[in-house]
Design a protein around this ligand. Sequence first.
Ligand code: ADP
Ligand code: MG
Length: 728
Amino acid sequence: MMRRKNDNKRYFTRMGTRKKVHAFVRVKPTDDFAHEMIKYGDDNKSIDIHIKKDLQKGVVNNKQTDWSFKLDGVLHNASQDLVYETVAKDVVAQALDGYNGTIMCYGQTGAGKTYTMTGTTENYKHRGILPRALQQGETNRIIASHTMNKNSSRSHCIFTIYVEAHSRTLSDEKYITSKINLVDLAGSERLKKSGSEGRVLKEATYINKSLSFLEQAIIALGDQKRDHIPFRQCKLTHALKDSLGGNCNMVLLTNIYGEASQLEETLSSLRFASRMKLVTTEPAINEKYDAERMVKNLEKELALLKQELAIHDSLANRTLVNYDPMDEIQIAEINSQVRRYLEGTLDEIDIINLRQIQEVFNQFRVVLSQQEQEVELTLRRKYTLIDKNDFAAISAVQKAGLMDVDGHLVGEPDGQGFGLGVTPFSAKPGKKAKSKKMFKEQLSTSARKEGASSPVGGKDLDFSTSKTQLTPSSKEGDVKDMLMRDRETSSIEPLPLDSPKEELRPPRPSTPPPKPVAFEDFKNERGSEINRIFKENKSILNERRKRASETTQRINAIKREMDVTKEALNFQKSLREKQGEYENKGLMIIDEEEFLLILKLKDLKKQYRTEYQDLRDLKAEIQYCQHLVDQCRHRLLMEFDIWYNESFFIPEDIQVSLKPGSSIRPGMVPISRIMSLGEDDQDKFSQLQQTELPEGPDSFSFYNAKVKTEQKHNYLKTMMGFQQAHRK
Ligand code: ADP
Ligand code: MG
């Protein structure tokens, strides 16, 4: 009747379904069983307790005389064998399938907890749950002996069996790990009976307290609404943490006496048992993967698939295709195919398999990069390539006589050297010499007039203005953006071309100065404003960079301090865990040192966030400033080129013929713009073209095209920059 083998199957359902803690009661055999007070139900799952009126006064201090306890099974006069079958067998079997299990014996001292858990060493028949569980786990290998220390009734005793189960079929890479906790708890009796004193009393109090903590933890686990489980209240619950957890099969066996004299403790034990019975858990399997087996399985699968492929190939009448990685010879063959394909001597490259297709693409890349290198090498063999912005190098080359002032390499008629290759008009005979200063004034005049009728529309960049309005950037207000300009603010009055001042200007030098020297002049004259803004932007950029680097250093320092604080905090925590922890109504009690560390860490985190935000802002600013600096540099160089041409190469009568108000800048001579000039201008310009330009029209159109492209590019870049800045 007690054997419930079939029923047991119901207790341990599959993963994910909740089930209750199983509560059993074992009654210690006695000749003096209190038949009148303790009665078992017919189903062997309930115990009724009845106390006679006269006894009640002394025993239990309340009016109730009858109690009924519903359990999962009552074991009366049960053999160790039957107890194991009923209580432990399925828990152990499930542990072998990956579910953690916990079996606990609870009850007053002497009621039979240790007898149930470990049994007696001398009598094999009387061995307890622990040796039987080991035996079951080792699949019938008899355990010759195991130590059974007689544990004190004042302490808890936890045996843990660690299980790692691999499948018998080697191909199965899954394996499971689990553990079984067998817990022989300390006596649950109340203190007045045990007569403890002094240190023993203190110990007993603590042990009793740990039992009530255990009860709290188990109840909290059963409550699905609770997310905090007070495991850290005492060592017992802490040690059992992952075995009491919701993913565990749990059995509570309550050992009781059958004698009338122990009824009070018996009642208290039964109350505990029925409270535990209400608790639910949710067992889950602990599954892991064996990497070595997994590799072996994949290798096997790979071999199988290769065989499969070979069969497919032979069915499809394909000659034996090799699917292994390619060797050097095969790769060289593909390389040659690709070359022949590119030359046109091979019409098609046959597709064989995926690996081969990938290699074909790879070889295309190889051939392409080889050809690029070859082209560059050929160029280098034929020409000297110099960065056109590297004035020092250019000046050195000029000095050495390898290159003329226009950037044409000596002996290179097409001027493939550096620079823009403007035809040296100044070399033409019959040109009046005019000063640079004169030019400057002329230019500002024409610029002012041009404003209203810019041929490409007001949005286009204007390269002729010498006056620049400084517009604060949307960010800080101190970054100068030279591209936002207002021609209305130009304060330079138009000067007639035949102004007497003209005569005062020094004559144009017969040999133009070297570009580096001229560049210095330019920065002091027409380029002074651009140069000033350029320098200013650069210094702002540098300042921001410095700030960003400082912020980064600060962030790193904060991070280091955070790490140190975290470490200290962890140390405090581990200390607390070692010393045993206490909680009060779910509130954890920590010492002041740890509290201060927590505060410090919190503060550091706040600082970190603030600094990090600052750094992000700074980085955005740096990007913006960098953009402006690049633009300024570009403008400076471009303006210099124009100025240089105007000052030293373009015949002055051409410049004169472009009277004030014309939209043509002599330094650029933008031929395409001629279409949008006024009729008068057009006439003059076509005249000019006929008389002057045939000598070197190529360089003009090239320069013009370049300038236009750069204008467009810069404009788009700038507008995008502004749009982004406004959006912020
Ligand atoms: P506890 O561990 O609860 O303090 P023990 O297991 O040490 O109690 O039991 C006290 C004594 O009673 C031991 O000598 C033990 O052998 C005996 N005893 C307990 N339960 C039984 C039982 N079911 N059958 C036979 N002897 C028992
Ligand atoms: Mg004991």
